[in-house]
Design a binder for this molecule. Structure first.
Ligand code: AMP
Length: 288
């Protein structure tokens, strides 16, 4: 795997690969790689000739009181992991190269960020869409892949690509989980031993919510209350949100329409560590 640090060099490399007729696949990450990231690399590399992994802890997607400074940075370990799969290039630019100063341009999708994570992380998705647009311009991928763990992010990026005619195909990958069901995340390493054990309740609560939907419960408040009680019972967990959303608009639902797809998504804090998870469920068509 070749490592590229400069944006100019990366842009030149992408031109050369494109001009030789080879397909470029992009896997944008913030590093502290785990098996979820490696699964993204595996999935995209099956579709393209050249896979480019990026590691960039993007400051513009962190709020002033968020974990930008303490976000895990472990480039050496990441390089070893990325070399164990099929990544051809690693692009890991400095902040000063990506944002030399004086930027006046942002890419902002409206509406979709006004739900779920966007409510407690104002400006986060504008940081994400701006950096992803920059990565698309630098690395000119034919295909880019995003994880469904960050479902709202994937939905917003797909919308940006459609609205701005980016010439890139967006793939998504189902959530990769630990053996006990916890969604893999670079932030899991912040958790205390006790909180790590309790964190499995997030996935368990999503599963029983799904079960409640499948057995006919249509009132979101009833399901949300049961989930909240289960997650917070005997734990230090603090709920940020538990939402049932229309996966197209991300609008919050209070009644689940028969036959519709619903995104059940949550964000929960253990101390200062904020974890997210979600699952999609199809509401059954029951006869009344
Ligand atoms: P991050 O480094 O956390 O910004 O994530 C980089 C990419 O990996 C994003 O597209 C995430 O959605 C994806 N990702 C992170 N964790 C997982 C996971 N457990 N399963 C699938 N994709 C993931």
């Amino acid at each position: 795997m070749e490592i590229i640090k400069s944006t100019a060099e990366a842009q030149h490399l992408a031109d050369t690969i494109r001009n030789s007729g080879r397909l470029i696949g992009l896997v944008p990450t913030m590093g502290a790689l785990h098996k979820g990231h490696l699964a993204l690399i595996d999935a995209v590399s099956e579709q393209v000739d050249v896979t480019i992994l990026t590691i960039f802890v993007n400051p513009t997607q962190f709020g002033p009181n968020e974990d930008f400074n303490r976000y895990p940075r472990q480039l050496e370990a990441d390089i070893q992991l990325a070399e164990s799969v099929d990544a051809d290039y690693l692009f890991c630019p400095e902040v000063s190269d990506m944002y030399p100063g004086g930027e006046l341009t942002q890419v902002q999708v409206s509406g979709l960020p006004d739900h779920l994570c966007g409510l407690s992380r104002p400006g986060h998705f504008t940081g994400v869409t701006t950096v992803v647009a920059k990565l698309f311009n630098i690395l000119k991928p034919h295909v880019a892949i995003f994880g469904e763990k960050d479902m709202q992010q994937a939905i917003i990026i797909k919308k940006m690509v459609r609205d701005l005619n980016f010439d890139v195909r967006i793939l998504t990958l189902p959530i990769v989980r630990e053996a006990d069901g916890l969604a893999m995340s670079s932030r899991n390493q912040y958790l205390s031993h006790e909180d790590r054990i309790q964190a499995v309740k997030l996935f368990q609560s999503l599963n029983f919510a799904k079960e409640m939907v499948l057995t006919g419960e249509k009132h979101v408040e009833v399901i949300r209350e049961a989930m909240t009680r289960f997650i917070t019972g005997g734990t230090s967990a603090v709920i940020d949100y538990v939402s049932f959303a229309d996966p197209d608009t991300l609008d919050d639902l209070s009644e689940l329409p028969a036959g519709s797809q619903v995104l059940i998504a949550l964000a929960v804090k253990f101390g200062s560590t904020r974890l997210i998870d979600n699952l999609m469920v199809k509401v059954p068509q029951f006869q009344d």
